[in-house]
Design a protein around this ligand. Structure first.
Ligand code: NAD
Length: 320
């Protein structure tokens, strides 16, 4: 990877991934692509930025040529809960957009990173120790777009030799940019409530186990899979990766151990509940471990210490 374009730079993952890639590959070699939402000042000012819409291939092509891009991180998507409100728009970004970007990659010899999700599974998938290769019949538009993206990525590698690679991310927990409307957002919001001294109202019921991961591990995974020795990759796309699995009660009690006065109550959102119940409780990520050395650093305890420290400092400074 020499010249990289990130599409979706203003998002929860994109805002941190752009900075992470700039630290590794050099600021001037990583172009941040954003659409309507403006990325943070730090991102805007630390390297080249371009207005890029995932559904407008002409503009993407212009940027690819201008900066001699050889690797595209395509993060643009409507997340699970938002996609259920706007399924047509979710299809347009998540399928038509992905197709357009793969075509540009084919014609311009670019590698492409595609972030799939635990949302690519559905209720007929084995939900415990979910295998790498298994039944995928998601019941959400988000899931439909992710399965399509996984298959298109596989197809473009097999048919045209495009260097496509990707991960099935679990819920990502972070403290820089707030999440964009997914089913696992609660696991970020709970930390903000705890630090602000607010009672947390949880939209998922007790007993809803989901895979999760702290952002530093998600960033390392995105770089490591793209840098992996291709001769060792049997899957290339859609690697299951996870770092922890918990339900609302477990994360609540992990925070309460550190902030005893913290309180939580449940007010279940039936849409989010339905989505969460159709997703794995815990994935088997042994293929990622074997093929490119996936090995997360943060478990729930270590992540909680760091989240409370970072968000606590922001709160003291009046930033949240
Ligand atoms: N955050 C998670 O927990 C998680 C988990 C699994 C997979 N993912 C995947 O990772 C990727 C990034 O997720 P995120 O959490 O940063 O999402 P986000 O919603 O925070 O950010 C997505 C970004 O894409 C942008 N975008 C939307 N439509 C666009 C378009 N047409 N053209 C260009 N940009 C557009 C949005 O403005 C936003 O900045 C997505 O593909 C998502 O499905 C995220």
């Amino acid at each position: 990877m020499k010249n990289i374009l990130v599409i979706g730079t203003a998002g929860q993952i994109g805002s941190e991934l752009t900075m992470h890639l700039r630290n590794i590959y050099g600021s001037s070699n990583v172009v941040g692509g954003y659409r309507k939402t403006m990325p943070a000042e730090e991102v805007m000012e630390s390297g080249p930025m371009e207005k890029v819409d995932a559904t407008e291939p002409e503009k993407i092509l212009e940027v690819v040529k201008k900066y001699k891009i050889d690797t595209i991180y395509n993060l643009a998507a409507l997340l699970s809960a938002v996609a259920e409100e706007k399924p047509q728009a979710a299809w347009n970004v998540g399928v038509n957009g992905v197709y357009g970007i793969l075509e540009i990659a084919r014609e311009n010899n670019c590698a492409v990173f595609f972030p799939s999700s635990i949302g690519a599974f559905g209720s007929s998938t084995p939900l415990d120790n979910t295998p790498q290769d298994t039944i995928q019949r998601p019941g959400t538009m988000y899931g439909v777009t992710k399965v399509a993206g996984e298959l298109l990525s596989d197809y473009y590698f097999k048919r045209f030799g495009v260097d496509t690679r990707g991960l099935r991310y679990p819920g990502i927990i972070s403290n820089v940019t707030l999440p964009g409307g997914g089913t696992t957002d609660y696991a970020v919001e709970i930390y903000y409530a705890a630090i602000k001294g607010e009672k947390f109202v949880c939209p998922l019921p007790k007993g809803t186990f989901l895979d999760m991961m702290y952002m530093p591990d998600a960033l390392d995974a995105a770089v490591n899979v793209m840098e992996a020795d291709p001769s060792k990759l049997k899957h290339r796309n859609a690697f299951n990766i996870t770092a922890m699995s918990f339900d609302p009660d477990i994360i609540y009690n992990t925070i309460k151990k550190r902030i005893p006065e913290f309180e939580m109550e449940y007010d279940v959102d039936p849409v989010k509940q339905g989505i969460a119940e159709s997703w794995p409780n815990k994935m088997d990520d042994s293929a990622a471990r074997e093929e490119w050395g996936w090995d997360p650093k943060f478990d729930l305890e270590a992540m909680t210490d760091d989240m409370l420290k970072v968000i606590g400092e922001k709160h003291k400074k009046g930033l949240i």
